[in-house]
Ligand binder design. Structure first.
Ligand code: SF4
Length: 347
């Protein structure tokens, strides 16, 4: 069986190459091609000999070259591109590229599916199939790097399908790899991990002592409503999640972002806005309000623009740093898990 080399450190790559009878220096050449030039096929690495290319092809695979892009959607404004990727074992995950005025960001998946079963999310429809490896997470960024070269992705958000804190080692391993100077040299400040509120994961991340941004999917501040929207609330009640996130903010020096989907008549009342303000007052926090996409089967509707504005004003009156999320890629089902679910339905 061929050995996958994507995501190996230079030392690991060198070991593999020497064991395959190749010269040590080939490892640093291939490493450069992979992570600095985004070239994933050995035959396109021009400084390799034909004999060595034959050995490499016989013994090794490079994940981005062997991934099948099942579907590729571009939003009508051209600013968002979403890929549905078929992994080497036949599972599929989504990944999204967004073009902002400051550069490119990628929203990566961390698991195939998700076990958290949030009511508004298509990723949780069939549970979690498996964790992604760190190489599979890095690969999502590098597929886009190859597409936009010579530009490169400058921000990564772990907010696609899956709960990153339940795949902690692979997710943080991928982010540390992307941070390496000889890889993407991406600043930790440009990385965000988004959790539905897995407290042990938040605590572990705080111990890492690296300034990664933390986002918490909050979405409700009444216990029964949050449990209905996010069953994880039963195991990790949201006031305790906020306390853990605040500790993280203090330890990392990074402001925590609370994601809050506004759903008509569910969590969008002035009372909800006031409660949310009370919970976040004096916290190192900001709120990202996300007007819900209508899901008629679930009875989810988007509040009126007036109601959304009113909610925002109450937060601002309470000196909570809050914004309404700019929608990107709405016409390509850019919300979490929607593409994969749609593809499976059509199969
Ligand atoms: S919102 Fe996130 S945590 Fe919840 S089901 Fe979807 S992927 Fe999982």
């Amino acid at each position: 069986m061929k050995k996958e080399i994507f995501g190996l450190t230079p030392e690991e790559l060198q070991q593999e190459f020497v064991a395959a009878g190749l010269k040590k220096f080939r490892a640093s050449q291939v490493y450069q091609w992979l992570y600095k030039k985004c070239v994933f096929k050995f035959e396109e690495m021009h400084n390799l000999s034909k004999a060595d290319i034959a050995v490499l092809n016989e013994k090794f695979t490079v994940m981005p070259a062997s991934i099948n892009i099942l579907t590729r959607w571009k939003s009508s404004d051209g600013l968002t591109e979403k890929l549905l990727l078929e992994l080497q074992d036949g599972n599929s995950v989504e990944t999204v590229l967004m073009h902002h005025d400051y550069g490119y960001s990628v929203c990566v998946s961390s698991q195939v599916g998700c076990a958290m079963a949030c009511a508004f999310c298509a990723s949780g429809l069939n549970g979690c199939v498996r964790n992604l490896t760190s190489a599979e997470i890095i690969m999502q960024v590098y597929l886009f790097n190859a597409m936009i070269a010579p530009q490169q992705v400058s921000r990564v958000v772990v907010m696609g399908s899956g709960e990153p804190m339940l795949n902690y080692d692979e997710v943080t391993g991928a982010l540390k790899f992307l941070h390496r100077e000889d890889v993407a040299f991406m600043s930790y400040r440009n990385m965000t991990v988004s959790t539905c509120g897995i407290i042990p994961g938040i605590e572990r991340l705080a111990e890492e002592n690296i300034p990664i941004n933390l986002a918490v999917s909050l979405h409700a501040v009444k216990d029964d409503v949050r449990t209905q929207l996010m069953p994880v609330n039963k195991g990790f009640p949201f006031p305790e999640v906020i306390a853990a996130a605040e500790k993280y903010a203090r330890a990392s020096g990074r402001q925590v972002t609370y994601e809050y989907i506004l759903i008509k008549d569910k969590n969008d009342s002035p009372e909800d806005a006031q409660l949310l303000s009370n919970y976040l007052k004096f916290k190192h926090a900001s709120v990202n309000l996300i007007p819900a996409n209508p899901v008629p089967e679930k009875g989810f509707e988007r509040p009126t623009a007036k109601r959304i504005e009113g909610f925002l004003r109450i937060l601002q009156k309470n000196k909570i740093n809050a914004t309404i999320r700019k929608e990107m890629g709405k016409d390509i089902n850019a919300a979490c898990g929607q593409l994969r679910a749609k593809f499976k339905d059509n199969k």
